[in-house]
Write a new protein. Structure first.
Length: 388
């Protein structure tokens, strides 16, 4: 018998409109039982009686470059170990290691490194890779280096996918580029999520891309053609395409709170995935840090290139959830959807994003203000704010 864990007297929440006080029993990394009361002895017992705690599915971050001084593009085992170890502190139990626009050699090295990495029981699980760039538009570069941007290439993507051990799960692409729509059609058929991002596309091209198979928008509002009443752009297209899931960086910097609220009202909580887009400086003091060979000035609030361009974020998933609640007054069930269940569904992860028997025991325990108290990755207590 494997290690067991019992959580008792806690509010249990999911992405449906239901939550109740009860117990959760975990064994061998899986949720075995969810009930009003469970009379079992476990190796680890977490009793939430009188604490006003809620257990939710562990946060899933599908767009994160790094944290705690480490970055996916470092292409080292130490780097992936480093930020996989840091993420449970913010309630994140799984993630997509995200690349950025660089040379073929640099991206190849990062992908090969990812192919070799498996998280241990103390870390957030790396679900795969989000390939952000180089198939993006120079007109909407942001902090992605323009000199390495190229038109979408199925041949190059297939080479990278093989190098990654088929771990690329999501790819960001500008559909207006040469071969963009054909590329989207091909990668979608292979089971990879095609996302529109760093793009200057028109709303008509967005529609064509969705028809070709794209169903995801990389960091809505940021580095894409904005809404205009004579050309709705990618933003307008994202709002109009019902099947498109949108990522949001809810730090109060990347998007105005009213823009966040607009997305919430237009797309609904079932079509929003909260992300961090965090870079290596997350969790570190202010200073100068590297992002793809570029100096990034980091304050307590943001990360920017010397010219003021935002360069990812230092946001945590914990704060993304808190900010979303403050900006939209969304429900508990909606927060669960936006921090976990939607991402699991989008990536086809049938064992994650829900608190049900048979699912992976990826669980985050929060207090009434959504401060993370405990994080459980695949049945292992990986973070505790205080000693139990």
């Amino acid at each position: 018998m494997g290690k067991s864990l019992l959580i008792s007297n806690i509010t249990i929440a999911d992405a449906k409109n239901s939550h109740f006080t009860g117990d959760v029993f975990v064994e061998d990394g899986k949720i075995k039982e969810v009930a009003a009361s469970i009379a079992k002895v476990a190796d680890v017992h977490i009793d939430a009686a009188g604490k006003n705690w809620t257990v939710v599915p562990g946060f899933i971050d599908v767009h994160i470059h790094g944290a705690s001084s480490f970055d996916t593009m470092d292409a080292t085992t130490e780097a992936l170990n480093g930020f996989a170890s840091a993420l449970p502190r913010e309630g994140t139990t799984s993630f997509l290691a995200t690349t950025m626009t660089q040379s073929d050699e640099a991206i190849s090295a990062a992908l090969h490194n990812a192919s070799l990495f498996t998280a241990d029981e103390t870390q957030a699980e790396m679900l795969g890779v989000h390939l952000e760039g180089p198939f993006v538009s120079t007109k909407r570069a942001g902090a992605q280096p323009v000199e390495h941007m190229i038109a979408p290439s199925s041949e190059l993507f297939n080479k990278w996918q093989a190098l990654s051990g088929n771990r690329i799960k999501l790819v960001t692409v500008a559909p207006e580029l040469e071969n963009g729509l054909a590329f989207i059609e091909e990668v979608t058929k292979s089971g990879v999520v095609a996302s529109l991002g760093h793009t200057d596309a028109t709303s008509d091209i967005v529609h064509s891309a969705v028809e070709a198979g794209a169903n995801h928008i990389t960091h809505l509002y940021n580095q894409m053609s904005p809404f205009h009443h004579r050309e709705p752009g990618v933003v307008g297209g994202a709002f109009l395409e019902d099947t498109a899931m949108v990522e949001l960086i809810v730090d109060g910097i990347h998007s105005h709170p009213k823009a966040v609220n607009l997305a919430y009202r237009q797309k609904g909580a079932s079509r929003i995935i909260l992300i961090t887009d965090a870079m290596r400086a997350k969790g570190l003091p202010p200073g100068t840090y590297d992002l793809g060979g570029q100096d990034v000035e980091v304050t307590h609030n943001d990360a920017r290139l010397p010219d003021g361009t935002l360069a990812g974020s230092i946001l945590t998933m914990e704060n993304a959830a808190k900010n979303m609640k403050a900006m939209t007054n969304c429900t508990l069930a909606e927060l669960v959807a936006m921090t976990s269940t939607n991402a699991a569904n989008q990536l086809g992860l049938v064992n994650k994003g829900k608190i049900e028997p048979g699912k992976d025991a990826d669980l985050t325990i929060v207090d009434e203000d959504w401060n993370v108290q405990l994080t459980i990755c695949r049945g292992n207590l990986t973070y505790s704010k205080e000693e139990l």
